[in-house]
Design a protein around this ligand. Structure first.
Ligand code: SAH
Length: 346
């Protein structure tokens, strides 16, 4: 039966306090319930043991808790864990736990499907169904934090918004989720351990700078030549590199926070000296580092990982120009959990 009850986690603490006052109860009750919802991660009103039975029933009559449910969990032989997460309306997104010797990183989704059309990404083939709510983003993080404690005996240390979706096209909800993740009333994580990755929406990058956000910014660049970038990421036609550059300069001037460029090198697409020179030039506009990501094939199509020689050429040219460059090996490939492979296949 369709429910018309309101999702209680859409309410701010103030709104919850008001609600209780209007019910003739104490505003303080709102704080208690808020703590159950966010800090203690209650899945049902019955979990709220320091709230009276009558109050719990009253909440039940008025609200729902739209908690996510981890439907299936796959573990890769390199320790990576992929969660297929069922939302209250039955839609599914994926999130990934990536362990290293010292860290556990959560890679979370921000949309069901994606609004963009990057031709090398499996998620782009799912059409965008809807944006995730702040609590649905938050819950993915909590689920991975719990798995990290269970399997690796340590809490989650980092979060990357590199799962399904374009976070800057669901900006308000992503920001609300991050507020909750960093708040002492939520998980109390430092924003410096959070990275939002975007394909590069200039207007929103400027807005983030204006909003004085404290998390890190990664940009999926993949090419610093407009014609090439437009072929692989068609939305570049509407958001050309010149606009991206201007937005990134604005970001840096306001935040003084270095940018990470994500970059995959493909055979015959962006592996020539001309591509490298363009990247080196682009990297000089704003302080940055480059993460070269291994390509995760999504089919036998036109995109193929470039040769080691091409990668070495990229690395030596960047280093010669004193640009920091890291090479990222893919994790969780055997369970389709690597970058760009999230497509609800399990
Ligand atoms: N929409 C955001 C976040 C999701 S994609 C963004 O574009 O940044 C996360 C990262 O994975 C991006 O850098 C993206 O370019 C990269 N990616 C997508 N498909 C990939 C693939 N098949 N192999 C390797 N990286 C891929």
């Amino acid at each position: 039966m369709a429910t018309t009850k309101k999702d209680i986690r859409a309410l701010s603490k103030e709104q919850l306090r008001d609600f209780f006052e209007k019910q003739g109860d104490k505003a303080f009750r709102g704080n208690q319930v808020y703590e159950w919802l966010w800090q203690k991660g209650a899945h049902s009103f019955d979990d709220m043991t320091n709230v009276s039975k009558e109050t719990r029933q009253m909440l039940e009559d008025n609200f729902v808790i739209n908690h996510i449910k981890v439907d299936t969990m796959q573990r890769s032989n390199d320790g990576t864990v992929k969660n297929a997460v069922r939302l209250h309306d039955g839609l599914i997104v994926e999130s990934v736990l990536i362990p290293t010797a010292t860290r556990t990183t959560a890679c979370v989704s921000s949309q069901v499907g994606c609004s963009l059309d990057c031709r090398f990404c499996a998620t782009a083939r799912l059409k965008r169904m809807r944006n995730l709510n702040p609590d649905e983003i938050y819950d993915q993080v909590v689920a991975i934090d719990n798995e990290s404690k269970l399997y690796f005996n340590r809490p989650l240390s980092n979060i990357v918004f590199m799962g399904m979706g374009e976070p800057l096209m669901n900006y308000n909800n992503v920001i609300k989720a991050i507020d909750k993740i960093t708040s002492p009333e939520g998980l109390g994580m430092s924003p410096k351990r959070i990275t939002v990755s975007t394909s590069g929406v200039p207007k929103m990058i400027k807005k983030m700078a204006d909003d004085d956000v404290k998390f890190n910014l990664a940009v999926s660049l993949h090419s610093a030549i407009d014609e090439v970038r437009t072929t692989i990421m068609p939305f570049n036609e509407n958001f050309p590199l010149e606009d991206l550059r201007e937005a990134l300069e604005y970001w840096y001037a306001k935040t003084k926070c270095k940018i990470s460029y994500e970059y995959v090198v493909w055979k015959g697409i962006n592996d020539s000296q001309k591509d490298i020179d363009a990247l080196v030039k682009f990297c000089k506009y704003v302080p940055c580092k480059v993460n070269i990501i291994e390509y995760n094939p999504i089919d036998d199509g036109e995109f193929q990982q470039a040769s080691n020689e091409a990668l070495e050429n990229y690395i030596s040219n960047l280093e010669k120009n004193r640009i920091v460059v890291n090479v990222r090996r893919s994790r969780g490939k055997d369970i389709d959990a690597a970058c760009g492979q999230l497509a609800n296949k399990s």
